[in-house]
Design a protein around this ligand. Structure first.
Ligand code: FES
Length: 102
């Protein structure tokens, strides 16, 4: 179990996250508003998030960006080096304390 903080238009919320769950899973379990239109199938891009600080690098180490995720990110707005799809990042011990920007 690790702690993850979500920051968005509705404020900041720190929650417990199970190892192996995706960031989208954690958001849904805690009623945090990340849309997730394709329910994790990596085809809609509606779960686009930014990971603050060195969490982005740690997330890439634990869940590499697949070609499919990269293709989706390519067609989204406001994408940078901290961008990920919440349905494609699995929680690892190394992500304890991660800050996710919605
Ligand atoms: S939920 Fe559709 S790409 Fe993540």
């Amino acid at each position: 179990m690790v702690m993850i903080t979500f920051k968005g238009p509705d404020g900041s919320q720190t929650v417990e996250a199970n190892i192996g769950d995706t960031i989208l899973d954690v958001a849904k379990k805690n009623k945090i508003k990340i849309y997730g239109g394709c329910d994790g199938s990596c085809i809609c891009g509606s779960c686009h998030i930014h990971i603050q600080g060195d969490g982005a690098k740690k997330a890439k180490a634990g869940s590499e960006i697949s070609d499919q995720e990269a293709d989706i990110l390519d067609i989204l707005d406001n994408v940078d080096d901290t961008s990920r799809l919440a349905c494609q990042v699995r929680i690892t011990e190394e992500l304890d304390g991660m800050i996710v920007l919605i």
